[in-house]
Design a protein around this ligand. Structure first.
Ligand SMILES: Nc1ncnc2c1ncn2[C@@H]1O[C@H](COP(=O)(O)OP(=O)(O)O)[C@@H](O)[C@H]1O
Ligand SMILES: [Mg+2]
Length: 242
């Protein structure tokens, strides 16, 4: 198969529908959402609580499956893969920051950040060196040996971002990565995500943070499971200038 052209989207979602059953009621979390992110692009998904942002991110990452529609990551139809194949694709191609962060509680910050590299077969000494550098990049060099419950909320969040970026994945999906950060730490994390995009990654950022949206090339607004507005680069720049 020929290599995909450089302009092919890193992720392409078409008409995603996802319903959650809760007892007798069915919540339509997504009602037909389409979205693409190109390599080098940082797209912010914004919208009120309950609008479907996390559901969308979970479908793009293949941790959840759509009831209808398709998700293609790096040319692979994620929604058609087995659970194991989806996990393998995540290890190879996706850096994930979940809402609420999900560090492994029994591993130090350094071990948490090294984990994606170790799972992908990187030798331990090399994985640790890269994890140290990734922790230093988020200002946590002095916290490498701390367990997650010995990190502040903001430090844990930054460690989760370091873990998502450590393997330089082509696709980065981050759910409210600045949610528990003060302004200076939030700017640091957003600059790191911007840097990942500058290095060629496609970055999708789910956020409430108006500051975060200002770092984006494009803003996609969700409401009640639908895309209600999308701004192009001009809109994002205008938002930055105002
Ligand atoms: N696992 C689930 N079971 C039942 N309902 C869910 C589940 N996950 C999300 N929902 C519902 O789907 C809607 C969208 O949720 P979510 O994607 O988390 O929104 P957001 O991230 O924008 O706050 C909400 O109404 C939420 O209550
Ligand atoms: Mg959410």
């Amino acid at each position: 198969m020929p290599a995909a052209p450089a302009t092919a989207p890193a992720v392409e979602a078409v008409d995603l529908v996802r319903r959650h059953r809760q007892g007798d009621t069915v919540v339509a979390a997504l009602r037909g959402v389409s979205l693409t992110v190109a390599p080098g692009e940082l797209v912010a998904v914004v919208g009120p609580s309950g609008s479907g942002k996390s559901t969308l991110l979970h479908l793009l990452a293949g941790v959840d499956l759509p009831d209808a529609g398709s998700v293609v990551v790096a040319g692979v139809a994620v929604h058609l893969l087995s659970e194991d194949a989806r996990a393998a694709l995540r290890r190879r191609a996706i850096g994930l920051v979940f809402q609420g962060c999900n560090l492994v509680p029994l591993l130090t910050a350094l071990e948490n950040v090294a984990l994606p590299l170790l799972l992908d077969g990187t030798p331990r000494s090399q994985a640790q060196a890269r994890a140290r550098a990734a922790l230093a990049a988020v200002g946590l060099a002095a916290r490498a040996q701390h367990l997650p419950d010995r990190l502040s909320g903001g430090e844990a969040q930054r460690a989760a971002v370091a873990r998502a970026l450590v393997a330089a994945p082509p696709l980065v999906l981050a759910d409210e990565p600045t949610g528990s950060l003060d302004a200076a730490s939030a700017d640091g994390v957003l600059a790191l995500l911007r840097g990942a995009a500058a290095g060629g990654a496609a970055v999708l950022l789910v956020t409430h943070d108006p500051r975060a949206a200002a770092y984006a090339d494009r803003i996609v607004r969700l409401a009640d499971g639908l895309v209600v507005a999308a701004t192009g680069e001009a809109g994002a720049c205008a938002a930055l200038a105002s």
